[in-house]
Design a protein around this ligand. Structure first.
Ligand code: GCU
Length: 629
């Protein structure tokens, strides 16, 4: 029997897209079809050999390591990792003598000469390996921004495009007993037909920005699963388990020991076992009760069998008219937007410390929800949100003006949404998948994102699909302004996200009070972005009625006015003001004010809380902003 449409679709999206999407001919030459790239779910619960730490690194602005002087793919590229031999062929590189870069970590904040660098950097690492019979070994890469090619022991093993989602390269046929080496070229050159495209209001941190490890699994192994609480019956957990390489009839057990719940099922011809697991006395996951259960997934016990545990919460999320229902009850999302910028040290966030600081601040502010922008964050972030009871909006970088009419681009977005959902499907905290942010309202865009919304619903019918839309502005009869939410994309979304900067980019503080809203959808609305900039420590003269922009007082006033305006929108069901912490952006160049930072944070990158932080904290603690119904 042929694999189901969804299986074909997901498999195709995860495996083939990197090849067809490459724009320049060279990338196509370098990226033969990737039979070795997949995405192992729950890999952070697998036994792994970490390859984190110092890697030799060569900065290669001309891609000399890949191309000859006639721009042909080199046979003797840097991936050969040839040892220096004073009597041998002259070589233009020597990893053994090259400096190092830390992994995980972006290169921009590790070396001042790489602060602005966009191009290829080569990474090389030696590792020892002891083969085990009847197993497969994967090189796990948490994320590599933006496009990467991977060689093990001089053999090309895989490639990947997309800077914020993981990929796992099957290196079983390429590793050997004893010493081995891996070489990667990571290229963060921005591409017009990339996702994201050329313009972003965040720093293009390049490199191996998340964990790298070696993972060995049995020949037939659990690589994907979906276990979710039924919306119709909150005493039933449903889903599937996929066992890569397993013949039909392979036994799979899914159990939740704490609930004495166990399902014994078998795989079909697609190596997939459907799961239906009745449960009693299930404690539903919610911000007030972030209950996680240890879930054990196993195939036939004994040699060759696989087993995996996961920490999962179970809850339902849906909409009813303009309400968002969590476990059947209306909820209001008190949130904030967060970029993966590391507090204090800056650079791409990845560590437990980064995560605990960022989400700790959100909790301190009274948030029960965060919008993770504009790309999938490190898995540590979504695991922590599960533990801390914080609802999550997760997004792929379909950001601003992608080339929506260019056929090579959609497969890239499809691949990224598939990878994001596959990695984080097991996170109860995630309730919203966002397919876009502030995209232009035109036919090509709407067609593109309508396809994306349909795919997202198909890949995960248990969560809500949203996007952050731009809002139209019209003068109203009373001389004020009306913001109109009627972007046609809203038709295919479950929840409408809208971004507005009334009182900052437009109209000043007084304008906020005179602004009315005309939301043309009977759906829940999340004001996904609003706010304004302030320099921490910059203050207006005491008692000044009209504080200057960029002062903390102006930002605090703006929040006061915004909160009053937002409370006048009947279908408002959540807010995620822009932004928790100042973050680096190449578009923010005002000296003494911005200095490469977007200053709309409620906290500076040095951890200084601005006055507006306390304005929002008060509103959230007193539940003075928004209503669940
Ligand atoms: C936009 C955009 C953000 C950006 C913000 C700003 O709304 O979505 O990425 O940083 O505005 O202008 O600060």
């Amino acid at each position: 029997m042929l694999p189901s449409a969804t299986n074909i679709l997901v498999a195709a999206l995860v495996l083939v897209a990197p090849c067809i999407a490459q724009t320049d001919r060279q990338a196509n030459d370098l990226a033969p079809p990737d039979a070795h790239t997949t995405l192992l779910v729950d890999v952070d619960h697998r036994t792994a050999t970490s390859l984190d730490g110092d890697w030799h690194a060569i900065v290669d602005p001309y891609s000399t390591g890949l191309y000859t002087f006639h721009q042909e793919i080199r046979k003797d590229g840097f991936f050969m990792n040839a040892p220096f031999n004073p009597h041998g062929d002259p070589r233009d590189y020597n990893f053994a003598k090259a400096g190092t870069l830390k992994v995980p970590g972006d290169w921009n904040t590790q070396r001042p000469d790489l602060f602005y660098y966009e191009g290829v950097v080569w990474y090389q690492k030696d590792f020892d390996y002891a083969p085990k019979p009847n197993t497969r070994t994967f090189l796990h890469i948490g994320a590599a921004n933006y496009r990467s090619f991977v060689w093990v022991n001089t053999k090309k093993v895989c490639s990947h495009e997309g800077g914020f989602t993981p990929f796992d390269c099957d290196v079983t046929d390429f590793v050997r007993a004893g010493s081995n080496f891996v070489v990667l070229s990571v290229d963060n050159t921005r591409l017009a037909d990339g996702v994201p495209t050329l313009q972003t209001d965040w720093w293009n941190y390049g490199g191996l920005t998340r964990d790298v490890s070696l993972v060995t699994v049995p020949a037939a192994f659990i690589d994907d699963y979906d276990l979710h609480l039924s919306r119709e019956d909150r005493g039933l957990i449903e889903g599937y388990v996929h066992v890569e390489g397993a013949p039909a009839g392979t036994r799979v057990t899914v159990s939740i020991p704490e609930l004495s719940a166990k399902a014994m099922v078998t795989t079909d011809a697609n190596s997939r076992a459907a799961v239906s697991l009745p449960v009693q006395h299930l404690s539903l996951w919610s911000p007030e009760n972030p209950k996680l259960y240890t879930v054990v997934l196993a195939t036939d016990p004994g040699p060759g069998g696989d087993s995996l545990t996961d920490e999962m919460g179970f809850r339902t999320i849906e909409t009813r008219g303009t309400q968002i229902l969590l476990n059947g009850k209306p909820v209001f999302l008190r949130g904030v937007s967060i970029h993966a910028e590391a507090p204090y040290r800056t650079g791409r966030a990845y560590s437990e410390k980064d995560v605990d600081t960022l989400l700790g601040w959100a909790k301190e502010m009274g948030c029960n929800y965060v919008r993770l922008v504009h790309y999938p964050h490190d898995e540590r972030m979504t695991r922590a949100a599960d533990r801390m009871g914080i609802l999550v909006w997760s997004e792929i970088p379909d950001y601003w003006a992608l080339q929506f009419d260019n056929p090579v681009v959609l497969p890239k977005s499809e691949q990224q949404i598939s990878e994001m959902i596959r990695r984080d499907r097991d996170k109860a905290s995630i309730i919203l998948w966002s397919v876009a942010n502030e995209t232009p309202n035109n036919e090509a865009r709407t067609k593109y994102l309508t396809t994306m919304a349909a795919l997202t619903h198909q890949l995960d019918p248990t969560r809500l699909v949203t996007a952050a839309l731009l809002v139209r502005t019209e003068k109203n009869a009373s001389g004020g302004t009306t913001k109109i939410v009627d972007d046609p994309l809203g038709k295919v979304l479950d929840v409408i996200g809208a971004n507005e900067y009334v009182g900052w980019y437009e109209q000043g503080l007084a304008g906020v009070d005179e602004t009315t809203w005309d939301v043309r959808y009977q759906k829940p609305l999340i004001m996904s972005e609003w706010g304004g900039g302030a320099v921490a420590g910059l203050h207006a003269p005491a008692g000044s009625d009209h504080p200057e922009t960029w002062t903390e007082e102006y930002q605090a006033d703006l929040y006061q006015h915004q909160i009053a305006m937002l409370n006048r929108i009947p279908q408002l069901r959540g807010t995620s003001p822009w932004v928790l912490m100042d973050f680096r952006s190449p578009r923010r160049l005002n000296p003494g004010i911005q200095d490469d930072f977007n200053r709309k944070g409620l906290i500076s990158e040095e951890g200084k809380k601005k006055q507006a932080f306390f304005v929002l904290q008060k509103a959230y603690e007193e539940k003075a902003l928004g209503k669940p119904e």
